[in-house]
Design a protein around this ligand. Structure first.
Ligand SMILES: C[S@@+](CC[C@H](N)C(=O)[O-])C[C@H]1O[C@@H](n2cnc3c(N)ncnc32)[C@H](O)[C@@H]1O
Length: 209
């Protein structure tokens, strides 16, 4: 993030629980959302006030807790496969007093998403990057009209834009290729109004028409 923006985002007062969760994530290498994407997520949730939120990628429950605290009427359904993350997320949801509004679907999103049927007002896609393109039709069918899909890390450290210069051997080639396919499909989909923002690691915001 540019120093100019970092200084401004650092001015935002942050709840002590969230400061500690972020410190924990940094110390233990858990990839939670970046500070500027966090501001976007909070802003979107406050605008939309979604009754039902679906999140793919719970990690330690940082973004999930944020969304629920921004919108006291919302319920969160969040998917995570890592046992340790599920345990920590449960503790953090409890510490933030939102545990009664969360359902954690434990398991592999590659299986769970295909079987899901519910309808959601807001979907935060922040799980396995190679699967975004595969998830897209399922997420679209679960999103209500005027529902919002917010997809994080879609530019993947600049590797998606730099894809023509990568070889197959590059460690980012697979993920960048799949994210590139995801963005192509998303932007070509006339059922969505979408924009790609150079915020954080790249965020795509889509509204279902
Ligand atoms: C970027 S982190 C999520 C961060 C979180 N949304 C936040 O900002 O606080 C991605 C999470 O997705 C989980 N994940 C990755 N692949 C998965 C899969 N196939 N099924 C379920 N969870 C998965 C990882 O274990 C990790 O905790």
């Amino acid at each position: 993030m540019k120093d100019f923006f970092k200084r401004l985002y650092d001015l935002k007062p942050s709840d002590e629980n969230f400061v500690q969760m972020r410190q924990f994530a940094e110390q233990h290498g858990v990839p939670i959302m970046l500070a500027d994407s966090e501001q976007l997520l909070k802003t979107m949730i406050r605008i939309k006030k979604p009754a039902k939120i679906l999140e793919i990628g719970t990690a330690i429950g940082y973004s999930g807790s944020l969304m629920l605290l921004c919108s006291p009427q919302s319920r969160l359904y969040t998917i995570e496969m890592d046992e340790q993350m599920i345990e920590l997320a449960g503790q953090n949801f409890a510490n933030n007093g939102v545990q009664d509004r969360v359902t954690i679907f434990k398991g592999d999103a590659r299986e769970i998403v295909h079987k899901m049927t519910g309808e959601y007002d807001f979907i935060f896609l922040d799980g396995p990057k190679r699967q975004y393109v595969d998830f897209l039709p399922y997420l679209k069918s679960m999103l209500k009209k005027d529902g919002i899909l917010m997809s994080d890390n879609v530019l993947f450290h600049g590797f998606v834009e730099g894809l023509p210069r990568l070889t197959r051997k590059h460690r980012a080639f697979g993920i960048a290729t799949h994210l590139n396919m995801f963005l192509d499909k998303l932007m070509a989909d006339d059922d969505f109004e979408s924009v790609i923002l150079e915020i954080g690691d790249g965020v795509a915001l889509s509204v279902k028409k």
